[in-house]
Design a protein around this ligand. Structure first.
Ligand code: C2E
Ligand code: MG
Ligand code: MG
Length: 308
């Protein structure tokens, strides 16, 4: 079938080539009903497509992965209802005098059986299964309340909140932001949203509108993990941004010095605040400071910690 499909077809004056992906499963090993067989063949097809295999047979591992994913997915839906998410905070320091400027809010899942789970084990799943808006809203609610508590206790510190690209593109973001500000009575000028470069890929007009809306509420905007995505640099200059968080890959790897310098001078040219992420050693800290970063975050200062 693959070979037959690879022969180019003619559609009017165009030559069209199709690259098929085929998923295979067997009966009775992989199921008895047409529905089960189609579903498993479809899973194998998705793997064939993702890994560019052309053709792929269903196997026990795929079955386990699906089961695990489904379990985790229903667990996460329950966790959102049962308030099992926690927010931990990591300080961001000013290079000039080492005072704490703000804290980054980082989500954790207090799983009843599996313990404290880091975001890379469930944020992707939340994005794929449509739960990211709810997850993001809960994190925002907790983080804004915490900022408000700190402010009332006399600490002038900001809070940065991560916003996933899906969440950024959703209509719901601005209403969720507004509601959470009102409920928590936090000062929006002390709140920063961190978005990644890929969130800015959408059409420039709608990105600009979302960014403008955030700014009008008084909040700051930072680009997270800068240097790992593929930013459209011409566009970047037209967006209302406040800070660039330089990905920790550039902080850790001294062989990337030329790129790091380019990133830093670009940040300066755009008038953005530069934050070094993942600073682990004094040597890295002084290098980033000398190169002109204004702020730093990393295990050298503190790991993310719960607020209480
Ligand atoms: P991020 O926003 O770039 O956050 C920084 C990550 O680097 C955190 O991992 C932090 O613990 C880790 N880190 C900080 N300093 C150091 C260091 O010195 N060395 C090393 N090796 N790592 C350091 P964490 O908490 O596991 O979060 C991972 C990612 O998950 C975050 O990367 C962010 O993209 C995402 N994330 C976290 N919380 C949320 C959230 O509430 N919503 C969304 N959408 N994504 C989140
Ligand atoms: Mg971040
Ligand atoms: Mg980052």
């Amino acid at each position: 079938i693959l070979e037959a499909m690879l022969v180019p077809m003619h559609a009017g004056s165009h030559k069209v080539t199709v690259t098929p992906s085929i998923g295979v499963c067997h009966s009775p090993e992989h199921g008895h009903t047409p529905l089960a067989l189609m579903r498993h063949a479809d899973t194998a097809m998705v793997v064939a497509k993702r890994e560019r295999l052309g053709c792929c047979a269903f196997d026990a591992k795929m079955y386990r992965d699906i089961r695990e994913r489904l379990t985790l997915e229903s667990d996460l839906a329950r966790a959102l209802r049962a308030d099992e998410l926690e927010v931990h905070y990591q300080p961001r320091m000013a290079c000039a005098d080492d005072h704490v400027v703000s804290f980054e809010a980082l989500v954790r899942w207090r799983h009843p059986e599996r313990g404290l789970l880091p975001p890379n084990e469930f944020v992707g799943l939340a994005e794929e299964s449509g739960m990211i808006a709810e997850l993001g809203d809960q994190v925002m609610c907790k983080a804004m309340h915490q900022q408000s508590l700190w402010a009332r206790a006399g600490f002038r510190v900001g809070v940065s909140i991560n916003v996933s690209p899906k969440q950024f593109a959703a209509q719901k973001l601005s209403s969720s932001v507004r509601e959470n500000i009102a409920q928590s009575r936090c000062d929006p000028r002390m709140i920063e949203l961190e978005i990644t470069e890929s969130a800015l890929f959408d059409d420039a007009e709608s990105v600009l509108e979302t960014l403008g809306g955030i700014r009008r509420l008084g909040m700051r905007i930072a680009i997270d993990d800068f240097g790992t995505g593929y930013s459209n640099l011409a566009r970047l200059g037209t967006y209302p941004l406040d800070a660039l968080k330089i990905d920790r890959a550039f902080v850790a790897d001294t062989t990337q010095a030329t790129l790091l310098e380019a990133i830093i001078s670009m940040g300066h040219a755009l008038g953005l605040e530069l934050v070094a992420e993942g600073v682990e050693t004094l040597e890295q800290a002084s290098r980033m400071r000398e190169r002109g970063c204004q702020e730093m975050q990393g295990f050298l200062y503190s790991r993310p910690l719960s607020a209480v």
